[in-house]
Design a protein around this ligand. Structure first.
Ligand code: BGC
Length: 458
């Protein structure tokens, strides 16, 4: 199937995504407080080769250059996040006006160049001062978070129309509070369940705060998801896949749309009850203007006697003779179509937007150029599946590539490169990769027979 950008319609939003901790650097400048990621990544043994994002791509000082590059690449929408501890160094209380000034400069420059800013309010970097009080495991987080959101609304709400409350709550609760491999490095079921319930409340309460201040804005929240399939056609694998699906794909969206936690398919979630207070059930739901779908791959799941609680294991893509990315994630473009279909099947979903999709590959710089044809192919194949969903009547209205520039990939450090733009982290030099050139030309193209306008996707 060939396709053109026009097949998506004029209103379709094309963009790129980043996140504060991954790109900003300037970790202690101009009054910024420490976040849990500053502390975690600067603790030996936590990340690949003890790498941290103290400087990373230094977006803090290169924002003008990067946004100008984005504009030169024809990219009309930019999703980025606000570092909570840059504007509220202690998490609550005193405002750091230098932090507000930085985001004002970013927003204003985007608008000046005709780029629409899309802001994620929380992309995993909780102020460390709040972590000292229990962070996401302390129910007081609801008040702290709502106050922070209100500060953002007052500071930026006159110009920013698109807001996302949380980025992928399952990842920061699961990796950060159960497995301990992300900040704040907590482990165990109770930490995970407490963080889960409080994050689920914050996603809805945060949405309400945005709408109270800005009734005409568009508010959503973003969800990680993977297409889940059983390894064998056996009942045990089928049930294992159901449990993983409930955990990975349904845990946060279902309370938001009023269905409650998916307890029926994953009984362990009943233990969330210990954290639920009177009135919480209705507080968990909120009618978002859009749902951000973030998908990269699919997972094949088998029953496992050795994995307590979930009794399931992921069959690694490396054992399955399939194409993989530098993250060892399978390249399986149909997964994004399947996930859009799944999210669309909930009642009252107004709009779906792919707020992240992309791939890491081992890029090489040759003569100041990066020929990353694997990434271009990956993007073309996934965009084609988004179109397939749209043609079947699913209301998907945008697509954002993760990521604009190479950046700090959390526990994996700088090894995986996801950018459309290559970054030399020593010199801060940027090189637009061939995937970035393709994406920019595609986004600009009209069906005019220019070589960019028709994608002959494999
Ligand atoms: C996150 C990003 C991350 C990307 C690639 C998403 O889980 O929102 O912060 O870099 O996936 O792993």
């Amino acid at each position: 199937m060939n396709y053109t950008k026009e097949d998506f319609g004029d209103d379709f939003k094309w963009g790129v995504s980043t996140a504060a901790y991954q790109v900003e650097g300037a970790h202690d400048m101009d009054g910024k407080g420490a976040s849990i990621w500053d502390v975690f990544a600067n603790t030996p043994g936590r990340t690949l080769d003890n790498q941290h994002a103290n400087e990373t791509c230094d977006f803090y000082h290169h924002y003008a250059q990067d946004i100008a590059l984005m504009s030169a690449m024809n990219i009309p929408n930019f999703r980025f996040s606000i570092s909570w501890s840059r504007i509220l160094p202690n998490g609550t209380g005193t405002i750091n006006y230098k932090g507000i000034e930085f985001y004002n400069k970013v927003i204003n420059f985007c608008l000046e160049l005709g780029i629409e800013p899309w802001i994620t309010l929380y992309h995993w970097d909780l102020p460390y001062e709040l972590e000292k009080k229990g962070g996401w495991t302390n129910r007081d987080i609801i008040g702290w978070f709502c106050d922070y959101v209100a500060v953002c609304m007052k500071a930026f709400g006159d110009r920013v129309k698109h807001w996302m409350v949380l980025n992928e709550p399952l990842v920061f609760t699961g990796a950060g509070h159960f497995l301990g491999i992300h900040a704040p490095g907590k482990k165990g079921l109770n930490n995970f369940l407490a963080a889960t319930h409080h994050a689920a409340l914050c996603q809805a309460e945060g949405g309400r705060v945005v709408k109270d201040f800005l009734p005409n804005s568009k508010v959503g929240s973003t969800f990680s998801c993977s297409y889940i399939q059983p390894y064998r056609q056996t009942e045990r694998d089928y049930l294992a896949a159901k449990r993983v699906d409930a955990l990975v794909n349904r845990l946060f969206i279902e309370p938001l749309v009023g269905k409650g936690y998916p307890v029926k398919d994953f009984k362990l979630l009943q233990r969330l009850e210990q954290f639920v207070k009177a009135g919480d059930e209705s507080r968990l739901s909120f009618d978002m203007d859009f749902i951000g779908v973030q998908n990269y791959t699919r997972e094949i799941v088998a029953y496992s006697y050795y994995k307590p609680f979930i009794w399931a294991r992921i069959v690694p893509a490396t054992d399955r003779m399939v194409d993989i990315t530098a993250m060892k994630w399978e390249v399986y473009p149909e997964c994004i179509y399947e996930m859009l279909k799944k999210f669309d099947s909930y009642k009252n979903i107004k709009e779906l937007i792919v707020t992240e999709n992309g791939a890491a590959f081992p890029d090489v710089v040759v003569d100041d150029k990066v020929y990353d044809h694997q990434r271009t192919k990956y993007l073309q194949q996934h965009i084609k599946q988004v179109l397939r969903a749209k043609r079947e009547g699913i209301n998907v209205s945008g697509y954002f590539v993760w990521s604009f520039t190479d950046n700090f990939e959390w526990a994996e450090g700088y090894q995986p490169r996801f950018g459309l733009v290559h970054v030399d982290f020593k010199t801060q030099k940027r090189i637009v990769k061939s995937s970035g050139k393709w994406y920019g030309e595609f986004v600009k193209s009209r069906a005019d027979n220019s070589p960019w306008s028709i994608v002959n996707s494999p």
